[in-house]
Design a protein around this ligand. Sequence first.
Ligand code: PAF
Length: 313
Amino acid sequence: MRPEASDQDSQPLVVTSSSEARLWTRSSLSRQRRVALVPTMGALHRGHLELVRRAKGLADDVVVSLFVNPTQFGPSEDFARYPRTLQEDIAKLHAEGVAMIFAPTVGDMYGDRFSTTLNPPQVALPLEGEFRTSHFSGVCTVVLKLFQIIPAQVAVFGQKDYQQSRVIIDMVADLNVDVVIDVMPTVRDPDGLALSSRNRYLSAADRTRALSLSRALDRVEALYRSGQCEVSVLQDEMRHILDEASVDAVDYAVIVDPQTLLPLSHVLSPVTFQSSPKPTRPTTDDAVAVALIAAHVSGTRLIDNRLLFKSRR
Ligand code: PAF
């Protein structure tokens, strides 16, 4: 293992063992360097690279984990065929000037006798929690393990997995984990499709149908901004757009509380449009609601979301 963190020109260190990754991180921290962790399952796309760039702005050394975590996939899900592109991922992270890549095998992460799992927080129960029952237990378990192995000061996640980000924020608060969670807005292709490693499963025709998710969210945001605050009307509109595009199934298309993800009782807070003095990065804390969709297109499960703000940003 190299003793020093790498700079932009040198190859990032690729580590598979958790003890080596922990040693490297501790050495970096002991030299008063700020460390940021970007947990991923690899198959990196532009969205991941934006997380890395964000992390670089927050820390001296960026660590990226590449690990397709088996415990967060259900028995009928795509664990076996999930894209694994390690060499391409390493090359992309090299170009981004990442200091260390943690790429363990399943055996490195979960020994033969592994049996401790985490019971995720309440916010894990609705929505994804209903359709992917053990998913967030697997996510919490692996993310907490990653935080133990790489005790970074900050960890960056994408808003694309909105419920996941809320689950991790609550887990960190509940278990007093000493890490700041930073959530980056979703990165999209020019046509509006939220970037996802699973988009590579979509044919051109599938993609046209998949675009109905972002179109439904655009419509909801526009309606809300024009004063439509009835949750049922907004939800019906999303359903209508998804049905019209003939997606194969809709798991949910809902407007819920942005923190608890529980249904909103009647109407959202009234819209009061104000112009912001300077553009700021919207945060969940400023949002009055979040619109969330999960839908299936030709065997690919897609999720997307949109925060709704009381005032225009
Ligand atoms: O968002 C993901 O890619 C995964 O759920 C995560 C956070 C890396 C845990 O495996």
